[in-house]
Design a protein around this ligand. Structure first.
Ligand code: AHG
Ligand code: MN
Ligand code: MN
Length: 333
């Protein structure tokens, strides 16, 4: 049995081994995950469900547990001496932590908020960058706007039938399962590879009529292929990115959240959701785009920027790019 802390400590290639910065940051994220997991399991009994009565910077209604997870992670991480600052999907502005810290952390503290009240899995997404502003001074927004390729670690926690923590530092994807009796994350997925064949697809098609014509044709093509495929692809979608992505990571499948005519930038956030999931996808052998461009190469302009998001096996993601750029005519049977 290898604990998360032991796994990190044993890996020479992780950044800042000498100071232990990474293990201390990830240990605090793991501690936050254990506490959030505990609160989520008690939520309906302890009256933590429902809306807080406020609207966040995303224009979305804040759930009590969104607020709880946000405050918990921010309080915990802002006390970590290695963290200079934080940005959260729930906060309008960046948050200063310790000027002596060399890193900044970005969070989607609770992902899948519409599922909290109905007992469906939710998650937390995180991403870590080395700051570019001078150590010893307050961090700056530029530290958070370096682009997806500059991430030094990224991962997610899934609060499901068990609590899982998956992360990458650019050496593959590693997964841990919380052993509640020991209160430890134990290594259960040493090296995760996304199957190259797509067995599932996950997208909300309620705005299909508003999607790019090429993408509508791709969906037609998907259903068309299913008619004759020996193993048709199946739909799986709960509306928690972490849960939908996690299934596709392990089983092989496409997740997409495209833009529409009215909202070309889509719904999901580039920094808190897009970049971390894109890097995990690439590290597991899959492909991540905004439909056409590699998502990690999309330039960030503001911290709450949204992006269309396409994650999955390369074959499926390439097919989508083909439909979007070539405007192929799909033959219907
Ligand atoms: P969040 O709860 O952090 O705001 O994210 C919700 C996101 C994401 O988890 C999911 O993929 C998507 O919203 C679902 O949106 P739809 O309900 O439009 O399908
Ligand atoms: Mn989210
Ligand atoms: Mn969220």
């Amino acid at each position: 049995m290898v604990t998360l802390e032991q796994f990190i400590a044993d890996r020479q290639q992780e950044f800042e081994r000498a100071t232990g910065a990474f293990s201390k940051i990830l240990r605090d994220i793991g501690l936050g995950a254990k506490l959030v997991s505990f609160y989520l399991r008690r939520a309906s009994l302890a009256g933590f469900l429902g809306e807080l009565g406020l609207t966040n910077i995303q224009g979305e209604s804040v759930q009590k547990l969104d607020d709880m997870a946000n405050r918990l992670f921010l309080n915990l991480l802002s006390q970590n001496p290695h963290i200079a600052g934080l940005a959260s999907e729930e906060e309008e502005h960046i948050i200063q932590a310790n000027p002596a810290g060399k890193y900044v952390v970005l969070l989607d503290p609770l992902d899948g908020s519409s599922n909290i009240d109905v007992g469906v899995p939710v998650g937390t997404i995180f991403s870590i960058y080395r700051r570019i502003s001078q150590v010893g001074t307050p961090c700056e927004e530029a530290d958070f706007l370096q682009g997806g390729r500059k991430q030094v670690a990224a991962g997610y926690i899934l609060y499901g039938t068990s609590t899982l923590l998956f992360y990458t530092t650019g050496q593959g994807v590693h997964g841990f399962t919380l052993e509640p009796a020991a209160g430890e994350f134990l290594l259960t997925y040493p090296s995760v590879q996304m199957p190259s064949e797509s067995s599932y697809y996950s997208f909300n098609d309620n705005q299909l009529h508003e999607w790019a014509p090429g993408l509508q044709k791709y969906v037609q093509d998907l259903h068309q292929r299913n008619r004759t495929a020996a193993k048709p692809q199946s739909l799986r979608y709960v509306g928690s990115l972490v849960a939908d992505f996690h299934r596709n990571l392990l089983k092989g499948g496409l997740f997409m959240y495209p833009g529409t005519v009215k909202k070309p930038e889509g719904k999901l956030r580039l920094l808190y959701e897009g970049y971390p999931m894109a890097w995990l996808t690439e590290q597991a052998g899959g492909k991540a785009t905004d439909g056409i461009r590699s998502l990690l190469d999309v330039e960030p302009k503001k911290i709450h920027q949204r992006t269309p998001l396409f994650l999955g096996p390369a074959s499926e993601i390439n097919r989508i790019a083909h439909f979007l750029t070539e405007n192929v005519i799909v033959e219907t049977a």
